[in-house]
Design a protein around this ligand. Sequence first.
Ligand SMILES: [Zn+2]
Length: 247
Amino acid sequence: MVERAANLTKAGFFHGFSASLPGGEAPRRGASADFALGRDPGSLASDYAALGAAVGFDAARLYQVKQVHGTKTHLAEGDPREVVACEGDAVVARSDGAVAGVRVADCVPVLVACPSLGAAAAIHAGWRGVVRGVVPAALELLAGRGLVAAIGPSIGACCFEVSIEVGEEIASAVDDEAVIVARYGEGKAKVDLRRAVRAQLRGLGLADDAIEDVGGCSVCGRDRYHSYRRDGDESGRMLAVIVARGG
Ligand SMILES: [Zn+2]
């Protein structure tokens, strides 16, 4: 039920991207391993506990925010119930055992770790977040060097159709025209959003080989992933988490 990135494991960070369901049942709202905040608290708590056991974290120290496709980043400090009421799209965890988490269902989850500080960030990067700069905003607060990053399961270039205008907005935001993988029909384009995130991370100084793409298209991967584009309001949410450790 959890996918991981080898580079974050090697750097000593507990982390994971929630994925497939027991029995291969198609993900849907309310099904097991659905981290949508609107679920009934009991089911949500049992999914947090299961993910915590699989990844190695204390669900009581899991920090999330109210995601709005913006750039604000919050620290994983204080009462998690207060932090989750704050609008934002990234969480930075600095103290040993604090957990940063973001929910996705097509948007790109990005986990970034600083091996020397032991700090880590979880970032919710949809195309609006990419254009607005949520990745640079989160890394500014993380303030680490020698960072390693993992890009999690999300909508692939195979399925991410947008208008040409949106495609060009994304390409110019990350200064990489090649993120537009196809142009066709009535002003449509297919965009590689994970490549856009990678370009942004490289622009912030990360080495290409410090960035791992876990892979997996949320839309195509019906038996593994939640997808808002595929299932609309019936879609559940996946959770990407990373745990800060002692430096
Ligand atoms: Zn796809």
